[in-house]
Ligand binder design. Sequence first.
Ligand code: NDP
Ligand code: MG
Length: 385
Amino acid sequence: MYMNKKGVAILGSTGSIGTQALEVVFEHQNLFDVRVLTANNNYSLLIEQAKTFKPNSVVITNEIHYETVNNTLSPLGIKVYAGKSSLCDVVSEESVDVVLTALVGFSGLQPTISAIKAKKTIALANKETLVVAGGLISQLCEENSVSLLPVDSEHSAIFQCLVGESPNSIEKLYLTASGGPFRGFSRSQLENVSKKSALKHPNWKMGAKITIDSASLMNKGLELIEARWLFDVAVENIEVVVHPQSIIHSGVQFEDGSIIAQIGIPDMKLPIQYALAYPGRIKNNFKRFNFFDYPNFSFEKPDEKVFRNLFLAKKAIYKGGNMPCVLNAANEIAVDAFLKEKIGFLNMSDLIENCMEKITFVKNPTLEDYLYCDSETRKLAKKLI
Ligand code: NDP
Ligand code: MG
């Protein structure tokens, strides 16, 4: 029985995706077994999770908390590691079948690479990994015959629409977007929006970084790049459609003009469960969608002149090379500065654009180039603030 359970490693188990993944696992303990949990700062939640799920190993990346975690969990037979390099080690543990990457930002890149090299299935929530180094990751997946299963709701939707279809029959992808809390705003209205209002997403409850990305439409830009790599579709064949109800999670138009889309109420537990259970589906008791609660669906074109981050993300992926890595690093610094109320909402795009102009372009980056580019961009962005 034990042998048949899927061994799951959850990187970033204390976050929004991580905690929801644990809820999914908790409901299906006959199918899944947690083997690895990791946190950055939230050691108390990590300890609580480890006591419930009894993983083989945990990692606390912020080493300050190592002693506390180790003193509590070692006596229970759980191995405790500290530091970010440990993330790269634990993913290759033999008992792990699938690695859910629910870390935020660039921190997801190297552990994901290690997991791919160890031939683990990847349930990918950390979209920044594909934004930064999509070409490299795709190549590594191919070399190691590893599947990248999307957790992002839009990409899970597209993935589900593609089941049984031939990939070369795709004509176009439709990536839906809620439009965020500032949908319909002008640039002058965006000028003075507060951190508090930006953190109030209309349809989803998520970590702070992605919530700001959703408000600025950078999230959709990152998702466009993510989709380009996951489904090997040219950027010009991916269209962003603002759909404020967030019920249609995305869709595929095939070469005969037929569109298949996936719908459901917004709940990340569904795409998380789909990725963990893939290729099967499992019964659950999540709330069901009712058509009559939503008599009106609406659709709009995103305004890239107001929400410049979407425009910049497209520019970065068209340019290719290390440009999406620059975009991502500058955005991480910009979001952090906005959250610390050091810069205004619109300054985020200015900062990103400035970095994209100034950082040296590399056409065919290696992993070392990405690491260097990420750190140089962060330095520059901090200087420019
Ligand atoms: P959260 O901020 O809620 O959680 C992030 C997790 O990663 C936490 O466990 C945190 O640890 C850990 N972490 C943060 N920084 C580091 C670091 N530098 N090194 C190691 N661990 C770190 O984020 P979300 O769960 O919202 O998002 C996770 C990923 O999933 C992101 O890439 C996001 O874009 C993507 N995603 C999220 C969705 C959502 O609904 N939340 C939807 C679609 C995609 P700690 O808390 O202990 O400090
Ligand atoms: Mg999404």
